[in-house]
Design a protein around this ligand. Structure first.
Ligand code: NAD
Length: 229
């Protein structure tokens, strides 16, 4: 495989989706093994469900956290984490990039490892297997700080991600079907801004923005692609 010399680029962004964590064992969203085939969104992944039965929804997310803790970052996560100065913009909520050692990670859809209070706005990190507490100091329920179906993306996070992508010169999309908006617009933003764009996916999206498409799994392709770096 033709490798990439990172020395030729000054601002590198990895844009990752659920497929990035697939080889770690975290189920993707769509397709075979996708989690929403087995669980109902209306019951577990929207604000209405939380308002109806916060304990049930929190219990489901605790289960998701436990299943993520059973998984380990793979070689692809570690390759990204080992590259100094690169930025990661992820749609994933599993914290796998950070566990591999990446520090500059923008989480577009929030994190399973954070809770927030909708009354007073406070946020709380919680990396325990079971939630330390599901109540805010103000007495209100804490909800997972992730984007559920029907939620708006955080504008500050979105603006940060857009700025980082608009100023990169190498954009590498890994494991995203490219159908969840507004993140699906990022490859176009990168291309319009002059970045060289690469897609890594066993089932490429077919998007026309990519200069190079590598058909394969993240855990195999990334170590090979950056083997000279
Ligand atoms: P998606 O499930 O829509 O698509 C997954 C993509 O990954 C597909 O294109 C598939 O071909 C590809 N893929 C599968 N195995 C791969 C591998 N080994 N290497 C590289 N690519 C592989 O995922 P999405 O585009 O990220 O959108 C789904 C939404 O669901 C996102 O918003 C995300 O926040 C959320 N989600 C997150 C997680 C997680 O945190 N790990 C898991 C499921 C869903």
């Amino acid at each position: 495989m033709q490798t990439i010399d990172t020395e030729n680029f000054s601002a590198i962004v990895f844009f990752t989706g659920a497929g990035m964590s697939a080889e770690s064992g975290v189920p993707t969203y769509r397709g075979k093994g996708g989690i929403w085939g087995s669980y109902s969104i209306d019951e577990y992944a929207c604000q209405k469900a939380f308002e109806r039965d916060p304990e049930k929804v929190l219990g489901f997310h605790e289960k998701r956290r436990r299943s993520v803790l059973d998984c380990e970052p793979h070689g692809g996560h570690r390759v990204i984490a080992g590259m100094p100065g690169v930025r990661v913009v992820t749609q994933n909520i599993d914290g796998m990039h950070q566990r591999a050692g990446s520090r500059d990670v923008i989480e577009l859809h929030g994190s399973l490892w954070r809770l927030r209070c909708q009354k007073c706005g406070s946020r709380k990190e919680d990396y325990n297997e079971s939630y330390e507490s599901t109540r805010c100091d103000c007495g209100n329920w804490l909800r997972p700080d992730i984007i559920w179906f029907g939620d708006m993306l955080d504008a500050v996070v979105m603006n940060r991600a857009s700025a980082v992508i608009a100023s990169c010169d190498l954009f590498i999309s890994v494991g995203t079907s490219g159908v969840v908006w507004p993140a699906a617009g990022f490859p176009d933003l990168a291309k319009q801004s002059g970045a060289y764009c690469i897609e890594i996916n066993p089932e490429p999206s077919g998007a026309s923005e990519y200069d190079r498409v590598i058909v394969g799994n993240a855990g195999e392709v990334l170590p090979e692609l950056f083997s000279e770096s």
